[in-house]
Ligand binder design. Structure first.
Ligand code: AMP
Length: 424
């Protein structure tokens, strides 16, 4: 809606600026793709593909889906557009709408916008840290405070298969205590047991084995390096051994960026006691996806990326009272009175605009009082009043809105006079 556009403008321009300054180039992929792409990459048994994807058959009989996330399309575009032949890694960023069939609620929409960064073609752990760093910088430049990054590693195929049996050994005897979804997860994707937010599953999770204790040598040293790089920056992070994320393509490092605010509210029943309530909102997340490009038919190209939820970022900016400048702040209001004056005012408006003066109008109103009231509402410092007599005489009235003082000046000099008065 119009009132929100100044936030969107600020968010988009900040993301573009930060992405470019870290060497990312813009990519725009289609809003829908073949459903197979998401099934192969995000994973057929994931909630996003299984329950939330908008899929439909085209007139030609193809199964297509509205993209539920951005990485799959970027990975496909990388393979299909010769990017493996460019110097590696290829660093890309995107901003655009994503679609998931969810229960709409605060901060959760069926069409929402994400910005993402992807670094494809290099396994160096410094790129994991650079991705996280770029994200935190974006949030900071948008004025957000109390950002925390939760870090974990989910290992590679090798360490994960050992871990999966450990998990099953823990969960199978406790299966009766799990929620319905988790009972299914035991069979289909045991790792996702750690992602469940149900109260009873959370309790079991607290004592579940951690993958971090079962990592292979390579995954262990990769994660250690990522954390060492983060330690050199001032990025606030904490370890969350149960963070797994909802997509199948992730390997090794995974992370989620949270806004952790403390709200102070009045005590109940008008008491003086204040209650402190901590809230935690996920703004974005990401991780490594070393096997995805090969899985989709490309050459081996390890990669890392992340996506930031922009609707939530804007919600957080409002919640934290971040000030954003208006998109348009007029300096001058053009008032017209009488048929001849009205005829001339469109041309005059354009001349003022071309001279770099920010103008406003209310041309459909004929009364001077109504137009000056609109000028007040717009907060302009000057109004220009062109009446019937002025239009005939080739002059115009310049009114100082603060003092109410008025002077009549030749119309051909008005631009220079206004510029002087505005200090432009
Ligand atoms: P994901 O792609 O699931 O890792 O989500 C990354 C971020 O996108 C989340 O942290 C949210 O900020 C945002 N996001 C995901 N789903 C939605 C949604 N349905 N509505 C609004 N924002 C969302």
């Amino acid at each position: 809606m119009p009132d929100d556009q100044k936030y969107w403008e600020k968010v988009r321009s900040t993301i573009k600026k930060v992405s470019r300054s870290y060497g990312f180039e813009r990519i725009d992929t289609p809003i829908f793709e073949y459903s197979d792409l998401f099934m192969a990459s995000v994973g057929e048994a994931t909630d996003v593909v299984e329950k939330q994807m908008y899929s439909f058959k085209s007139k030609g009989g193809d199964m297509l889906s509205l993209r539920p996330e951005g990485t799959a399309g970027v990975a496909r575009a990388y393979i299909e557009n010769g990017m493996p032949n460019l110097p590696q890694p290829v660093k890309l960023y995107y901003i655009g709408p994503m679609f998931r069939y969810e229960q709409p609620q605060a901060g959760r929409f069926r069409q929402f916008r994400q910005a993402g960064v992807e670094i494809i073609g290099d396994i160096d752990p410094i790129y994991d840290a650079e991705t996280i760093n770029a994200f935190v910088v974006m949030c900071r430049e948008l004025g957000l405070q109390n950002i925390n990054v939760e870090m974990n590693t989910i290992g590679c195929n090798k360490c994960r298969s050992d871990f999966r049996s450990q998990l099953l050994r823990y969960y199978k005897p406790r299966a009766a205590k799990l929620c319905r979804d988790c009972k299914r997860r035991i069979k289909e994707s045991p790792l996702r047991l750690l992602d469940c937010k149900e109260e009873k599953c959370e309790q079991l999770k607290a004592h579940a084995p951690n993958l971090i204790d079962h990592l292979c040598e390579e995954c262990h040293s990769h994660f250690k390096s990522v954390l060492e790089y983060l330690d050199e920056t001032e990025i606030p992070y904490s370890l969350n051994p149960h963070l797994v994320r909802g997509f199948d393509y992730y390997t090794k490092t995974v992370f989620e960026v949270f806004l952790e605010d403390e709200h102070i509210a009045d005590g109940e029943e008008g008491g003086n006691e204040k209650t402190h309530r901590r809230s935690k909102m996920a703004l974005g997340g990401g991780g490594r996806y070393d096997n995805l490009i090969r899985l989709l038919g490309g050459k081996d190209a390890p990669a890392v990326g992340a996506a930031l939820g922009l609707d939530r970022v804007i919600g957080a900016m409002k919640q934290q009272g971040v000030k954003v400048p208006p998109l348009y702040k007029p300096d001058v209001f053009l008032v017209q009175l009488g048929a001849l004056s009205k005829k001339k005012c469109l041309k005059l408006y354009e001349e003022l605009r071309q001279a770099g003066i920010a103008v406003a109008e209310s041309f459909g109103k004929d009364s001077i009082k109504t137009q000056l009231r609109a000028a007040d509402r717009d907060g302009v410092s000057l109004s220009l009043i062109l009446g019937q007599k002025e239009a005939i005489d080739g002059v115009i009235i310049v009114r100082d809105m603060a003092s109410g003082a008025q002077e009549t000046v030749p119309i051909e000099k008005v631009i220079k006079i206004i510029k002087d008065k505005l200090g432009k």
